[in-house]
Design a protein around this ligand. Structure first.
Ligand code: ADP
Length: 441
């Protein structure tokens, strides 16, 4: 800046001096100043033309101030080009990686329209990129569960692992799991994966358990029969009495396990009952409580019922009986003598809840998530002593899933537990038992 400034002053002074020799000092200085300004203006407009059209070299004097600006811009331009190249190669690498994924990745906008899809989307979902650019995802994948998944804004805050399983639109033998995650404010990423193999393996596993249980059933019944006959025999020597009693109790336990395993396999392998019957929950609870009364008396428990008999459910009565009965049996079993057991059935506009409450042993927080796994027990000996199979809560979970309901467990060690079954409003029938029976008929 300084250099240009002094050059400017110097030139004007020189022009003034020359002009003074001829008797026109100020005119000569003015003409020179205008010429210098004209030069600068030309250089500036040539620079601005170059910014728009970089192929044309600008008309600037080397070493001047404008030349400095030109050099700076040139450097910045070069850096930008390099950054752009790096970014586009990164994007290309990312796209290549996503394209190489065995899963299908589809990006959709807030109107559910496709904005990008990787090549595997063609194999799994029949979506072709760029042919299907701008087509609504749900116009190509017509499935009610997918519609629900994409509508359900809550999925972004809830468990993002949750998805839906659908039959592939291209091959009905193939099962596809579809998940949707929030990718940016207006874009969602749909991840589709072929889970046919996993389902097949699970099916084989579940069939195996069911077959083994089934095969064990008959020999066990025979064994139990003989053990019972021998236990009842008056000729049985004294020293065999104890081992026979043990054989009897163990075979009873095995039979209970086999029965529970078979029941679980049935729940897993049969479709949700399509036509649900009306279930009068108050009647169901009374039946369960009556059947368990001797057990409750034995443990001297006090029972408190708070049942809204105007609320009924649509569902499979035998399945719900088994689930609720398991919960009440557990409450009785895991509460020390003289405890308090509560059963509450109530509803609001969104859902109905069955609470089974006890003031028993309670459960430490780290067990809570695993309680519904098969054979998971907090205390194995205590469970076995009470005739527990370790499958009760797994059955509860399955039954509730089949009724679109869920199980929530609240518990504090040494204070007690509360098992809450939550049923969605669609499963409720409101009105007294008489009205529900009338609907059923
Ligand atoms: P089990 O046949 O062993 O009772 P469940 O599946 O019904 O099997 O229950 C799993 C485990 O959860 C039990 O072994 C027990 O440790 C714990 N549990 C279930 N219900 C209760 C309860 N009401 N209070 C304390 N612990 C419980």
């Amino acid at each position: 800046m300084d250099r240009d400034f002094w050059l400017f002053i110097g030139l004007i002074a020189l022009a003034g001096l020359v002009g003074w020799n001829f008797g026109y000092p100020s005119e000569a200085a003015l003409v020179t100043a205008i010429a210098i300004l004209g030069w600068h203006t030309k250089a500036l407009s040539s620079l601005s033309r170059w910014i728009i059209q970089p192929s044309r070299k600008p008309f600037v004097r080397e070493h001047g101030q404008i030349y400095g600006i030109y050099r700076q811009l040139l450097r910045k331009n070069k850096q930008n080009k390099q950054r752009k190249r790096r970014l586009s190669s990164l994007i290309n690498e990312f796209r290549n990686a996503v394209s190489a994924l065995p899963d299908s990745i589809v990006l959709i906008n807030q109107h559910r329209k496709i904005v990008w899809a990787n090549p595997n989307s063609r194999k799994l979902l029949g979506i072709e990129w760029p042919l299907d650019n701008g087509v609504r995802f749900t116009d190509l994948i017509r499935d009610i569960d997918v519609e629900k998944l994409l509508k359900d804004e809550a999925r972004f805050t809830q468990d993002q692992q949750q998805g839906v399983e659908i039959k592939s639109p291209l091959n009905h033998e193939q099962t596809i799991s579809i998940k949707c995650v929030n990718y940016s404010d207006n874009t969602h990423m749909i991840i589709a994966r072929d889970v046919s193999r996993l389902i097949k393996v699970n099916q084989i596993h579940s069939d195996f358990v069911a077959n083994v249980s089934h095969e064990l059933k008959t020999p066990l019944t025979v064994l139990r029969g003989y053990v019972e006959i021998l236990s009842d025999s008056k000729d049985m020597p004294e020293r065999f009495q104890k081992p026979l009693a043990q054989m009897n109790s163990q075979s009873v336990r095995m039979q209970l396990i086999v029965n529970d395993l078979l029941y679980l396999a049935k729940l897993e392998n049969t479709d949700k009952p399509a036509l649900h019957e009306p279930v009068i929950v108050s009647h169901l609870i009374n039946t369960i409580v009556e059947a368990l009364q001797p057990l409750m008396d034995e443990k001297e428990h006090r029972l408190e019922l708070d049942i809204d008999d105007s609320i009924a459910l649509t569902g499979a009565s035998t399945e719900l009986h088994s689930a609720f009965s398991n919960l009440v049996t557990n409450a009785i079993h895991y509460t020390p003598k003289g405890g308090k057991i509560g059963v509450v059935w109530r509803a609001n506009k969104d859902q109905a809840q069955l609470h089974v409450i006890d003031n028993g042993l309670g459960i430490a927080p780290h067990h809570l998530n695993r309680l519904t796994q098969r054979f998971y027990r907090v205390d194995t000996d205590r469970s076995r002593d009470g005739g527990g199979t370790g499958l009760g809560l797994a059955i509860v979970k399955h039954v509730l899933q089949r009724h679109d309901a869920s199980l929530r467990i609240e518990s504090t060690e040494s204070e007690g537990s509360r098992f809450i079954c939550e049923f969605p409003a669609e499963k409720l029938l409101r009105g007294g038992a008489d009205k529900v029976i009338a609907i059923a008929n």
